[in-house]
Ligand binder design. Structure first.
Ligand SMILES: *Cc1c(COP(=O)(O)O)cnc(C)c1O
Length: 237
């Protein structure tokens, strides 16, 4: 099935076009292929085209994929983008390059303590609840500096920026305004902390607004792999 490969090429072209139209260097935007609920076979199809970064939401499910793709694709970078429970931090610390979903300092401390010395520091992002939705995970914007300061004292973590999963707005301009506010939070953080270079924002349905607002990491699942078949996988956790 060539469909997934075609989708990937289309998405890369789309990202490049939007970036150039908005005076952004496409090289500053990293595509994370979100492979939750996807088979090893589908992941391999995407990896075979040179896609390096993959995003996973469920710890147990992802470890198998990481281990089974390692021999064929040793360069893959795995990004944890799901809600992280404290009893699952060790597997993330041992197997991932990035964790996008730091929302409280105790999770960061555990990741720091459990990160093996043989690996470079784990890149982390603070997840911000920018839409202030009650049921969404993420810290409030006035907690960002507090958490960032504490992460600085953890040598096995490297704070790189912010991540958000905003609610999708019907109106493009409303969406864009919200994203630009998020970018302001990022700039403020960048002005006060070193190594800050990453805004993880944008999924299949809001690619344009995310790029226009300054996102540097797009997390794209459906637009690459098609609709997820949730029945396919019995190993969610
Ligand atoms: C599933 C997921 C995505 C990908 O969403 P699509 O709409 O399928 O592109 C991105 N980010 C997070 C945090 C997700 O859970």
């Amino acid at each position: 099935m060539k469909l997934i490969q075609d989708n990937l090429k289309k998405i890369i072209k789309k990202i490049n076009n939007i970036a150039i139209l908005n005076n952004r260097d496409p090289k500053t935007i990293r595509l994370i292929a979100v492979s939750k609920n996807q088979s090893i076979d589908n992941i391999s199809k995407v990896a075979s085209l040179g896609q390096i970064s993959f995003g996973e939401n469920y710890v147990q499910e992802s470890i198998k994929k990481i281990q089974l793709t390692r021999s064929t694709y040793p360069n893959l970078k795995w990004h944890f983008i799901g809600l992280l429970q404290s009893n699952k931090t060790r597997l993330v610390a041992e197997n991932f390059s990035w964790c996008h979903t730091i929302n409280r300092i105790c999770i960061a401390r555990r990741l720091n303590d459990q990160r093996p010395n043989s690996l470079p520091p784990l890149n982390v992002l603070i997840q911000v609840n920018i839409s202030n939705e009650i049921k969404k995970s993420g810290t409030s914007s006035n907690e960002i500096f507090n958490i960032a300061n504490q992460i600085l004292s953890l040598p096995n973590l490297r704070l790189r920026g912010l991540m958000a999963i905003p609610k999708i707005e019907k109106h493009y301009h409303k969406q864009l305004d919200e994203y630009k506010n998020f970018t302001k939070l990022f700039k403020n953080l960048k002005n006060n902390f070193r190594d800050i270079d990453t805004i993880s924002l944008g999924m299949s349905n809001d690619i344009e607004a995310a790029i226009v607002a300054g996102s540097t990491m797009l997390r794209i699942g459906t637009a690459i792999f098609g609709t997820r078949d949730n029945c396919n996988n019995s190993n969610r956790n």
